[in-house]
Design a protein around this ligand. Structure first.
Ligand code: OFO
Length: 172
């Protein structure tokens, strides 16, 4: 049995994951507008991945008999000073999300909700990867500085990221 407290917290997390998707889509749009289509493509793939994260919580609630209550998603920023500032924003955002996942894990542990804890373990592992990738991108852009040539190389490098595979519809 999943508690009302966890149902509420997971509904909040669905909003946060969709906000992440919105934020990265907005960063993608900004980067495309500046001519960095590779970086924009990377952000676009990240936006898709966040929507998949939201759906993992959505599916978990349905499987556990908890009601999904979709909340309004706030408007993300649309402009950054530079690609570096956008990627720094992404890193800060991932660090914040890691905190929310850790809080959820603690809540599930306190309530002896082992099913939620197992599901959240996937997110804990995922956040390590998310933060590592975000840190790597920031580091590369810091090294590139104002060099147009280096920025174009990073753009090309990030542009090879594949779109995530959308999992098939779950049978619930
Ligand atoms: Fe970027 O991470 Fe979702 O959870």
């Amino acid at each position: 049995m999943i508690s009302d407290k966890i149902i509420k917290a997971m509904n909040d997390q669905i909003r946060k994951e969709f906000y992440s998707s919105y934020l990265y889509l907005s960063m993608a749009s900004y980067l495309h507008s500046k001519g960095f289509d590779g970086m924009g493509g990377w952000m676009r793939a990240q936006a898709m991945e966040e929507a998949i994260h939201a759906m993992k919580f959505f599916d978990h609630l349905i499987e556990r008999g908890g009601d999904v209550e979709l909340q309004p998603i706030e408007q993300p920023p649309a402009e950054w000073k530079s690609p570096l500032e956008a990627f720094r924003g992404a890193l800060d955002h991932e660090r914040m999300i890691t905190g929310t996942i850790n809080d959820l894990y603690k809540m599930a542990s306190d309530e002896n909700d082992y099913a939620s804890r197992t599901m959240l373990q996937w997110f804990i592992d995922e956040q390590i990867e998310e933060e590592t990738n975000a840190e790597k991108n920031v580091r590369m852009l810091e090294i590139a500085g104002e060099s147009g040539q280096a920025l174009l190389m990073i753009d090309k490098d990030l542009g090879v990221r594949m779109m995530p595979l959308v999992p098939s519809v779950k049978e619930v």
